[in-house]
Design a protein around this ligand. Structure first.
Ligand SMILES: Nc1ncnc2c1ncn2[C@@H]1O[C@H](COP(=O)(O)OP(=O)(O)O)[C@@H](O)[C@H]1O
Ligand SMILES: [Mg+2]
Length: 269
């Protein structure tokens, strides 16, 4: 029997984004973005509204096509294949298959309202991976336990707080055993007192060896959890580095100006 390597020695989930460009009509919203996130790494993307953060996340699981550049996960192109000397978009079926490697958590949870917490978590493994219902439920309960919600397995989303709904959404994203998890402002829709329960779950995931790419405005959390902080503005990565580099010693005037507006004066690294 071959031994499988598991976290924390992450061996999968290398994300390489190279020169990615994306326009909507005449507006170029990603202007050649390059970023590498190592297996098991945690990259936090910060920057002003409209700078292209969500669009960049959406290119990583090919919810957006790119107009230039490319993205690979563990060396494999996302959304395209090379034929001759050109990139051709994969067929829908292939794209959906690739996407099972990449979990995404949205600002507004996006749970199915007519399904219980457990059914929300257990559905994709049955539909996308052909697991048995019993197996998907067993694993679903494990995942709900991991996000502290085993006792709410039979609750419907409307019966849960925003923080609980987002934790179900995280359990659901984990259900396909993704290599990579993308978070797009996972706490922005939450009442302040519910933010921490969600951030605590993400903090735990950060130790687990799954590659995380997180867009957030929670700078204290970014400082704690990131190995790389990426500052984006106007469709470009202006600066990236350790939290120490970016928060305490930013090199670029645009980075300094942004943090002078969003950080409390007493924010220390
Ligand atoms: N589907 C779309 N069609 C047209 N413009 C879009 C679309 N999605 C995003 N944009 C525009 O692209 C820019 C970047 O948006 P977005 O990636 O959502 O930024 P952020 O997440 O940093 O706030 C914005 O100007 C936004 O209006
Ligand atoms: Mg956004």
């Amino acid at each position: 029997m071959t031994e499988t390597l598991t976290a924390p020695t992450a061996t999968r989930g290398l994300v390489e984004i190279t020169g990615v460009r994306k326009s909507f009509g005449p507006t170029e919203v990603l202007k050649g973005v390059s970023l590498t996130v190592e297996p098991g790494g945690v990259a936090v993307i910060v920057g002003p509204s409209g700078s292209g953060k969500s669009t960049l996340l959406r290119t990583i699981n090919h919810l957006e096509k790119v107009d230039g550049g490319h993205i690979t996960i563990d060396g494999r192109l996302v959304g395209y294949e090379v034929r001759g000397d050109r990139l051709h978009e994969l067929r829908e079926k292939e794209i959906l298959k690739q996407r099972t490697d990449i979990g995404m958590v949205f600002q507004n949870f996006n749970l199915f309202p007519h399904l219980t917490a457990l059914e929300n978590v257990a559905e994709a493994p049955v539909v996308a991976q052909g697991r048995s219902k019993a197996e998907a439920r067993r694993r679903g309960l494990e995942l709900l336990d991991r996000v502290g919600l085993k006792d709410r397995a039979d609750a419907y989303p409307r019966q849960l707080s925003g923080g609980q709904q987002q934790r179900v959404a995280i359990a659901r994203a984990l259900a396909l055993d993704p290599k990579i998890l993308l978070f797009d402002e996972p706490t922005s829709a939450l009442d302040p007192e519910l933010v921490n329960e969600v951030l605590d779950v993400i903090r735990e995931l950060a130790k687990s060896g799954t590659t995380l790419i997180i867009v957030t405005h929670e700078m204290g959390f970014a400082r704690d959890v990131a190995d790389t902080v990426v500052f984006m503005d106007q469709g470009q990565i202006v600066e990236q580095g350790t939290p120490q580099d970016i928060f305490s010693n930013p090199q670029e005037p645009r980075t300094r100006s942004f943090f002078s507006k969003v950080l409390e004066p007493a924010f220390n690294i």
